[in-house]
Design a binder for this molecule. Structure first.
Ligand code: SAH
Length: 269
């Protein structure tokens, strides 16, 4: 008996090994646009640490008793700072065999997934990345806009309109205006006018097609289509809400031919 107790004491004295943390991309909005692997992890995780998601329905897939922790960030109003989130992930890895860190879209597209991965690695916590469908590509697709098209756009730029200084100055509009690639901006709804001006000042024709897709891949999806000169006014008129993707380039003109019935669109303007 004493031997058994002794053995038990020894085991509990040993430092516990951290569980696995999964950095999971939730996809752009439609809960069915998460990957099979991502959904599996959501169903198995003991704890889910999640951001503000376009598809909160996904959380209903969590197993009973799963600890759900919201750490969402509403621009300028961080519920939890990044440092705190990093520490939380390490803490939860000591409590659970599987922790899911669920983020909208893809984890490495402006999702700060890299910072979390590096922090976990530095603290000896194993992690895996489960990529997601990014809104940068899926948002336009759900509005009938392909980000590349043979003979029209041979690539695309994906740029954030948000910066620490809240200025757009860091964007290389000249590089974007020079090429034939599609220009995609995330986190830019409040700056559509500035973005359009930046591109036009850099030499992009005012008549270049532009679209803004709000709440893509959800039943609330709304799309505004215009040209660079008028897009900001149209967006304001339509009262589009965040989150939204801005797309600039000839590919926007293909949407008449590529809109599809399954595209969950409530209103087009
Ligand atoms: N990791 C995410 C992007 C995070 S940054 C991804 O890969 O999609 C947040 C920005 O993503 C928003 O400001 C918006 O520009 C865009 N976004 C996310 N979900 C969106 C949606 N359903 N519709 C339109 N834009 C979306």
């Amino acid at each position: 008996m004493r031997d058994i107790l002794e053995a038990e004491r020894r085991t509990s004295d040993q430092p516990r090994k951290p569980g696995l943390v999964y950095l999971v991309g939730a996809g752009p909005g439609d809960p069915e646009l998460i990957t099979v692997k991502g959904l599996k992890v959501i169903r198995e995780a003991g704890c889910i640490v999640y951001d503000r998601l376009s598809s909160p329905e996904l959380l209903k897939e969590a197993k009973p008793g799963c600890e759900l922790i919201y750490v969402g960030k509403a621009c300028h109003n961080h519920t939890m700072g990044q440092e705190e989130i990093n520490r939380l992930l390490v803490e939860k890895s000591m409590e659970y065999e599987k922790t899911a860190r669920l983020k909208g879209g893809d984890v490495y597209v402006f999702g700060r997934g890299g910072e979390e991965g590096m922090y976990l690695r530095a603290h000896g916590v194993p992690f895996q990345v489960i990529p997601g469908v990014t809104s940068a590509v899926a948002g336009p697709a759900c509005a009938g806009i392909p980000v590349t098209h043979r003979g029209i756009a041979s690539g695309f730029h994906v740029v954030t309109a948000h910066s620490q200084s809240d200025q757009l100055a860091e964007i290389d509009f000249h590089a974007m205006a020079r090429g034939k690639e599609t220009c995609i901006f995330l986190m830019g709804l409040g700056k559509v006018g500035e973005i359009a001006k930046g591109l036009m000042d850099a030499g992009m024709p005012a008549a270049t097609d532009a679209a803004v897709i709000s709440c893509a891949a959800t039943p609330r999806q709304q799309v505004c289509v215009s040209d660079l000169e008028h897009i900001a006014g149209k967006v304001e008129e339509a009262g589009l809400v965040s989150p939204a993707v801005i797309v600039v380039g000839k590919v926007v003109g293909l949407r008449e031919k590529l809109l599809f019935p399954g595209s969950p669109v409530r209103r087009q303007s």
